[in-house]
Design a protein around this ligand. Structure first.
Ligand SMILES: NC(=O)c1ccc[n+]([C@@H]2O[C@H](COP(=O)([O-])OP(=O)(O)OC[C@H]3O[C@@H](n4cnc5c(N)ncnc54)[C@H](OP(=O)(O)O)[C@@H]3O)[C@@H](O)[C@H]2O)c1
Length: 405
């Protein structure tokens, strides 16, 4: 990577709901006069100036680039070591930026959870990014850092404590509280629309190993849970977790990219835990019906138009209070290679999508810019790109905890 750049990081999309939170975090945590050189980027100068006056100060430079203007993107990326982007839906606005970052031999991180687009970026750019030394890291938010780094942490602990690896891990969402932004709703809608229009996209979403190369899709994991069942591992009713279709694929890609450091027989799944008894079952059924309705809303239908009215628009999201009161608690039930069991927990101190995701993304960007990382490059996962360095940052700065018993 070219070390003599004007900036360490440019936050592109700083005028959006999540970009603004990332900006606020970097300003409060790293300031503008220290070791970290960073700037805000976007397509609209007036909007950027407004956000800067609200969450930072005039020492933060502003850079203009539009996703449809390749020259402006290249001019922007040539000034920095890392691009941290919150311009989404990524399938709509992200492809030219990834291309520009690789051309400029720099690193990149985002909050993408759009599997069909990540699949496309891997297909198009993994080999070129490898040659150019670029780390292109998708999914640096709630999807999929707690899952990906959680599994990475479990394998590290199992090896250190017992000298063996975990062969099977079941992640159960034990508690979660937060809201949704306009950008996230638009991104989810984008994925569903593409899957409804194109069978190949649906196949990618349904393929547990979709983010691995075709000849590396031999594992035994099936597609994610789609109904409510009683889970003997967590002793509770479980149902579909909407982020599982992203997280599980990212974890499996990490295994592939790390030369199967979790083993070729490794198995992983995710679900939401709704508790024991009749009430747990009913909660699970209601949640599954809601997800089902959302997923089946046909693009352009009256029902979808009605749904759109219920969700925030671009630039809007949960209130500060809701983000501060938010949290998550993820439980990992582990079967080790020798058949013995272990247990791990990952928690976050704010709402998953915004308070916590903005800190995870910002720390990923700082990690890529400042930490001594391995030379691995390509279209990577958070754990493969940043490993122990990111784990340290998440625990020290981003309010995550990782524990293993
Ligand atoms: N994985 C996770 O855990 C997670 C969590 C949070 C968010 N996200 C994802 O992050 C993304 C952003 O969400 P959000 O709610 O922050 O969205 P948002 O408020 O709508 O912000 C979108 C940003 O993109 C910019 N933009 C739109 N079109 C552009 C273009 N042609 N060129 C340059 N910039 C453009 C907007 O600029 P203007 O202000 O000028 O319109 C704005 O800054 C979404 O894809 C969402 O799914 C993921």
């Amino acid at each position: 990577m070219n070390q003599s750049r004007e900036f360490d990081i440019i936050i592109w999309g700083a005028s959006g709901f999540t970009g603004r939170l990332v900006t606020l975090y970097l300003f409060e945590k790293y300031g503008t006069t220290g070791d970290l050189k960073w700037a805000m980027g976007g397509r609209n100068l007036t909007k950027l100036e407004k956000v800067r006056s609200e969450v930072a100060d005039k020492n933060v430079p502003l850079i203009i680039a539009d996703s449809n203007d390749k020259v402006s993107l290249l001019n922007m990326v040539n000034r920095t070591k890392v691009i941290c982007t919150t311009v989404g839906p990524y399938a709509k606005y992200g492809s030219n930026l990834v291309e520009a970052c690789i051309k400029s031999h720099i690193h990149y991180c985002d909050l993408a959870g759009e599997v069909q687009w990540m699949h496309k970026m891997i297909d198009r750019h993994h080999e070129e990014a490898k040659i150019n030394g670029s780390k292109i890291v998708h999914a640096c938010g709630f999807d999929s850092i707690p899952s990906d780094m959680g599994v990475y942490f479990i394998q590290r602990e199992a090896r250190a404590k017992r000298g063996i690896i975990a062969q099977k891990i079941k992640m159960r969402v034990a508690a979660i509280s937060g809201g949704i932004s306009g950008g996230t709703y638009a991104s989810l809608s984008q994925v569903i629309e593409e899957a409804q229009k194109d069978k190949m996209v649906y196949k990618i979403l349904d393929n547990p190993y979709a983010l691995n190369p075709i000849n590396e899709q031999f594992g035994k994991d099936k597609s994610d849970l789609k109904n409510v069942i009683f889970d003997n591992v967590s002793h509770s009713w479980i149902g579909p977790f909407i982020m599982a279709s992203i997280n599980t694929k990212v974890v499996r890609r990490s295994n592939f990219l790390s030369s199967y450091s979790y083993g070729k027989k490794f198995r992983y799944d995710e679900a939401v835990s709704f508790g024991k008894g009749f009430s747990g079952r009913i909660k699970g059924i209601i949640s599954t019906i809601i997800i089902g309705l959302f997923m089946s809303a046909k693009y352009g239908s009256l029902f979808k138009k009605g749904l759109d009215l219920l969700f925030p628009i671009s630039g809007e999201g949960p209130t500060k209070k809701k983000m501060e009161q938010g949290f998550y608690n993820l439980r990992f039930y582990i079967t080790l290679e020798d058949g013995s069991n272990a247990f791990a927990n990952v928690t976050g101190d704010m709402d998953p999508g915004y308070g916590s995701s903005s800190k995870m993304l910002a720390e990923s960007a700082v990690c890529l810019a400042k930490d001594k990382l391995s030379n691995t490059s390509g279209v990577l996962t958070p754990s493969v790109a940043m490993g122990d360095s990111l784990l340290k940052r998440l625990e020290k700065n981003a309010g995550l905890t990782f524990s293993y018993k």
